[in-house]
Design a protein around this ligand. Structure first.
Ligand SMILES: [Zn+2]
Length: 80
C-alpha cells in the first residue's frame, strides 16, 4: 500500500494537534459495520504514537470538520 499523506488536526482524546490519515479499506469496512452507515469517507484516524515501545497508535476518529463526531470516542481496532 502506498504511503498515505497525513493531515494535522486536533485530537479529542490526545488533547493536542496530531497527524491524522484517511482510513484503509479494512478500517472503512469495520467502521461502516460499527456505525451502520454506507459511507465513512469523511473520517480520519489519529496516528499519534501513544507508546513508543510497542508503537501503539491513538487511532481515535474525527472528521475533517468535527473534532468530536461521536458522544464517546471511537477508536479503530488494529486489523488482523
Ligand atoms: Zn489522538
Amino acid at each position: 500500500m502506498a504511503t498515505q499523506r497525513t493531515m494535522t488536526h486536533s485530537c479529542w482524546t490526545c488533547g493536542s494537534d496530531q497527524p491524522h490519515r484517511l482510513l484503509t479499506k479494512k478500517e472503512e469496512d469495520w467502521l461502516k459495520e460499527r456505525l451502520g452507515r454506507k459511507g465513512v469517507s469523511e473520517f480520519r484516524l489519529c496516528v499519534n504514537v501513544l507508546d513508543p515501545d510497542t508503537g501503539k497508535q491513538c487511532r481515535n476518529l474525527r472528521t475533517g470538520f468535527t473534532e468530536k463526531p461521536f458522544a464517546k470516542p471511537i477508536k479503530v481496532p488494529v486489523p488482523d
